[in-house]
Design a binder for this molecule. Structure first.
Ligand SMILES: Cc1ncc(COP(=O)(O)O)c(C=O)c1O
Length: 454
């Protein structure tokens, strides 16, 4: 079928996700093949996948070893559940994850997406506290502009009004605290920073005995790759310990190599009580998400008089094909020193992006680490003029989509709190691919400057 017919059918029959009607009416690309860090569309044009799909194709496209693992599993055992019985791929994946995860983060509940992983963490926290005689601990704290997913629980703790408001009332007892925007690296004692002190203030306002969990990402995506200041995570861990609150590290993006480590612990130095994951666990070769819980907490729930069972599950949770894919993907990630590539190339990528900031007056800031960056835009860094709302919309809806097509580099324009470009290449991208990526970014920034008068 040709691209025109495919697009027409898509417009009629395929519901797009988070996509404006005018985008769906446009000549949007249709990708038919993937090779390494590149996607190929219906016209045979190659695009550098600078966002690794949606922050997920960590091992790159087109890996035959992962495809083979999926195919072998489908032919051997396409389906069995993890309800009262189990199957080898889910067990192997859970054991592999336990081996790589820090501390006693040793029990994985598999689900099918990042939202479901967050939903599972919320439910575990609530049931855990009920089982321990603390049913009043139901409230949750999360950070300003953080995205934690779309299902009603995950959406409740998401702190982006624009994507919550269309749905009216969500879960009660959710409080927002400041994110770490403006604070990174050495900012002095963290417990004296406003962005940290506000968390304890909210805990005390609400009553510490009513707070179940604090959710935070090692590097926050919403508001643009926010890297916390030194000491922030140990202080957050200490705060949770002081008040008996569960610390949940939402690593849907940050785990499986995005920051150069298997888990956020490699950056934060902290063992959270729960870790959510999804995207990079299968590099997008099959849908999978999961919640890793400290073994002690699972045992306490299982052994409690009211517990005995985590009252949660899903037909597809830990699907044999997805978990077989996870085993192949994570094993390859471990054995091919992919994280070493991120650790080596990440700082060079940051340096090159900072150089682009110096040569483009439309760049306000560059943030991030590993293979995860945000470029925050403004009209003119020389005069300090910010983009007007109309200019921001023009950049996001007109300039960038055209620029992605022209440069053949796909990134993501983001309007969550600022006008930004998000960068998150496959972890296998080598110096040559990253150089092509940077060339594309350079071109995009030039396009923006042409479209916006300083
Ligand atoms: C930190 C975080 N949590 C949760 C989610 C939701 O994941 P999914 O889209 O797989 O439901 C995302 C998705 O980007 C995310 O970045």
């Amino acid at each position: 079928m040709d691209a025109t017919t495919l697009r027409a059918q898509a417009r009629r029959h395929l519901g797009p996700h988070f996509t404006r009607k005018d985008t769906w009416d446009s000549e949007f690309p249709i990708f038919v093949r993937g090779e390494g860090s590149y996607l190929i569309d219906t016209e045979g044009d190659r695009y550098l996948d600078g966002l690794a799909g949606l922050f997920c194709v960590n091992m790159g496209h087109g890996r035959q070893d992962i495809a083979k693992a999926a195919s072998e599993q489908i032919s051997t055992l396409a389906y069995a559940s993890n309800w009262g019985s189990a199957h080898p791929p889910a067990i192997e994946a859970a054991a592999l994850i336990a081996d790589l995860a820090p501390g006693d983060l040793g029990t994985t509940f598999f689900v099918n997406s990042g939202s479901e992983a967050v939903e599972t963490a919320l439910k575990f926290a609530r049931q855990y506290f009920r089982s321990q005689g603390q049913p009043q601990r139901t409230k949750v704290i999360s950070r300003d502009m953080a995205y934690h997913g779309t299902t009603m629980g995950a959406l409740s703790i998401t702190q982006l009004p624009k994507i919550k408001d269309p749905f009216g009332e969500l879960l009660p007892g959710i409080r927002s605290v400041p994110n770490t925007l403006g604070f990174t690296g050495d900012c002095g004692p963290v417990t004296e920073l406003d962005c940290f002190r506000a968390i304890e203030r909210v805990v005390l306002e609400e009553g510490p005995e009513t707070i179940a969990a604090i959710f935070a990402e090692p590097v926050q995506n919403g508001r643009g790759a926010l890297v916390a200041p030194d000491g922030y995570w140990p202080a957050l861990r200490a705060l949770c310990d002081k008040y008996g609150i569960l610390l949940v590290s939402d690593e849907v993006i940050c785990s499986f190599g995005r920051l150069g480590h298997f888990f956020g612990h490699g950056v934060t130095g902290v063992v959270p009580d729960m870790v959510t994951f999804a995207k990079g666990s299968t590099s997008g070769y099959a849908p999978l998400g999961g919640l890793i819980v400290r073994e002690q907490l699972v045992q306490e729930l299982f052994n409690s008089s009211t517990g005995g069972v985590f009252t949660h599950g899903a037909t597809w949770g830990g699907h044999p094909v997805s978990t077989a894919v996870a085993v192949a993907n994570i094993t390859a990630m471990r054995d091919e020193n992919v994280l070493g590539n991120v650790q080596e190339q990440g700082p060079k990528l940051m340096e090159a992006l900072l150089a682009l900031k110096n040569s483009h007056r439309c760049v306000k800031a560059v943030r991030g680490m590993g293979f995860f960056y945000a470029i925050e835009l403004m009209a003119d860094s020389f005069s300090g003029r910010e983009l007007t709302q109309a200019e921001s919309l023009k950049v996001l809806r007109e300039v960038l989509p055209e620029s992605f097509k022209r440069t053949k580099v796909i990134l993501r324009g983001d309007d969550r709190g600022a006008t930004m470009i998000m960068i998150s290449p496959p972890l296998v991208a080598d110096a040559e691919v990253l150089s092509a990526l940077l060339h594309g970014v350079d071109g995009m920034l030039t396009d923006i400057e042409k479209a916006i008068q300083p």
